[in-house]
Structures are given as structure tokens and as C-alpha cells.
Design a protein around this ligand. Structure first.
Ligand code: MG
Length: 216
């Protein structure tokens, strides 16, 4: 059972919401468009992989991609949360990787099938440690980077999100009951690509987050 501690408060991880197509340039590189409402899917809690753990690639995919994302931890649940009140529901922020078996996802897309296997396998929800909400007072003005073996592969400016953190919380809570301990992976910028065994991955957010993961 996964637990995340922020400001001495422990949260049992509940639902893991993930947002697809939230940065225009990434939607374009995937041949899609930003829609008028967020595209949301779920990962199982068994997919969680925390800082310090090694990433093991599934044997049944030949093309697992990194998607570096800002991740939100919810401290207080709710239904139909207004945008103006949304950030009061946030306990903290982390960086994460929405690991995606791109070959399996492409097959699923073609067949009109769910993405659950492509995005929900063990270790597919990678997480850094969390920083408390006070450390990022404006989540719409944050930049972060993703590196493989020291080379930068993704750079995000959260102001480029189609749906910002507050809007995502409001929208998700209008369709699902949001609960304390829920996570929201807020989508990836452009630059996604494959990861390989032997590589070292690194997620960096200013001076606040620096998380490394070995792929084995
Ligand atoms: Mg993603």
C-alpha cells in the first residue's frame, strides 16, 4: 500500500488520474489535437515506482517511452470543486514519469481499446519525492526538465498547459469524486522518446526536486 508523506502528514495513495494531451506541441507530435475538455485516464496503484527504486522494463514491449510530468497530490477531497478553490485541495507537487509502452498503446489506439496495459504496468507511474504546496505557490509558472544520461530530452513550462492545475482539479472533481491521497499526472510536453536498460533518468525542478532512476 503506497503512502506519501508531505509536511509530516501521511497520505495513502488513492486514484491515479493522468491527463493526456495537455501541451500543444506534444499533442502535435502524437498526431492529435487539444480538445475542449481534458482527456483523463487512470493508472492502478500497483504501477507506482518511487525515488530510489529501479525501473524494470516490461518484456512484452519494445518501445517504452518517457513522459515527464508535474504530479499533484490531493490533500482534501471534494466534488464539483470551483476553479478558484482548487489549489486549496493540493498537499504538494512532485515530478513523475508517465511511462508508456508506445507500441502497445499504438495497437490499442488502432483497435479502439483502452490504454490500461500500455500505461498501467508495474513501475509505469514513476514519482520523485513531493515538495509541499507552499514551495510552489503558482503551479502555472513552473519549469522542469528531464534528462537521460545527462542529456536533456524534455523541458516543460507549465504556463504552456492547455488546462492548468486548478482547471484540472475542478474538471476531474466534476466527473469523479476527488479524494485525499489522489494523484494527478498533469501531462507531458514535447520530446517524448524511448528509454533503454542501462540508462539513468533524472527529473529536475529548480532547486526543489532532483530525482534519479536507473533503468535495469
Ligand atoms: Mg502522459
Amino acid at each position: 500500500m503506497a503512502t506519501i508523506t508531505v509536511n509530516d502528514q501521511a497520505y495513502r495513495v488513492g486514484n491515479i488520474f493522468c491527463v493526456a494531451r495537455n501541451y500543444v506541441a506534444h499533442a502535435k507530435e502524437m498526431g492529435s489535437q487539444i480538445l475542449s475538455e481534458p482527456v483523463v485516464f487512470l493508472k492502478p496503484t500497483s504501477a507506482l515506482l518511487h525515488a530510489g527504486e529501479a525501473i524494470r522494463l516490461p518484456s512484452w514491449s519494445k518501445d517504452v517511452h518517457h513522459e515527464a510530468e508535474l504530479v499533484v497530490l490531493i490533500c482534501k477531497g471534494g466534488k464539483d470543486i470551483p476553479v478558484e478553490a482548487a489549489l486549496a485541495h493540493v498537499a504538494g507537487y512532485a515530478l513523475g514519469l508517465d511511462l508508456t509502452a508506445r507500441d502497445v498503446q499504438a495497437e490499442a489506439k488502432k483497435a479502439g481499446m483502452p490504454w490500461t496495459l500500455a500505461k498501467g504496468f508495474d513501475g509505469a507511474a514513476v514519482l520523485s519525492d513531493f515538495v509541499p504546496v507552499e514551495a510552489l505557490p503558482n503551479p502555472a509558472a513552473v519549469s522542469f526538465d528531464f534528462y537521460i544520461d545527462g542529456e536533456r530530452r524534455q523541458h516543460a513550462e507549465t504556463r504552456d498547459m492547455a488546462f492548468d492545475v486548478a482547471t484540472l482539479i475542478a474538471w476531474i472533481s466534476s466527473r469523479f469524486t476527488l479524494q485525499a491521497g489522489d494523484l494527478i499526472y498533469t501531462g507531458t510536453p514535447e520530446g517524448v522518446g524511448p528509454i533503454k536498460a542501462g540508462e539513468q533518468l533524472r527529473l529536475v525542478l529548480g532547486e526543489l526536486i532532483d530525482a534519479r532512476f536507473d533503468v535495469v
